[in-house]
Design a protein. Sequence first.
Length: 305
Amino acid sequence: MSTHQALQAQLRGVTAFPITPFQANLDLDLPALRHNVDWMVRHGITSLVAAGGTGELYSLAAEEVEAVHRAVIEASAGRAGVICGVGGKVREAQKLASVAEQAGASGILILPPAYGPSPDDGLIAFYASIASAVEIGVLPYARDWAVFSPDAVAKLVDAAPNVVAFKDGSADLRLWARIRARIGDRLTWVGGVGDDMVHTYFAAGAEGFTSSVANFMPWVSLELFETARRADFDACRRVFEEKVSDFYAIRARRRGYEVSSVKYAMELCGLPAGPVRPPLTELGAEERAIVQALADRLGLARSLR
């Protein structure tokens, strides 16, 4: 099996997005990151993204991104594949991707450029330029202002042969279906919105998904995947409604809660997380109470070992 095929196989499952723990002064807490990665791997996670969106990539300096990549690779210790997140600026992302490859990354997740909405040819050039910096497989992350048309994905795949998967975080299933129909099985298809839309993305052809709740209840992420993989969408939806929906509803209350809610849940469970960096914001009192109630109802603290 080639390294590209190995990455594709890795992506056909749950890919966890570890948070980046910070100390009270917002410095990196790398020992905490290593602890959390080891804990997730011991609980069945076999694929992780270092410094993704949930890992607050855009708040990290380049040297911090490199340190996070290395810490996750070292902590996984060959027990799980590690995909390293890069994005923002082309030259910086190229260097970070290259260093990550040398450190043992199994793939590169390319997040959107720092600049806002771009024409297709500019978007293709951004992703293809970063892909060209490495030989390992890469996957573009379509979200926010990085909106790919079917033609753009086709041109990107032709321009960068090591693009082996597509992660969609747009929640636009109509566009997702058109892109899949155009590209077919040339790529592995990853639902990138989160744990709340696993049943809908798998019904539309996803083969894996990315999870933030894996930070504190990886067994739920694995349960979502197993039910979706066997196309038992009723069971998958029930898992979502019983164990995930209240948590994800917090995100809709205020922008910036998507990471702080995960970190607060982790802290309640005894996992080190720390604060978020601006412009993300900490949860309000009402939202903290909701997370506390969810943790109590699911017995999360008792599940940790």
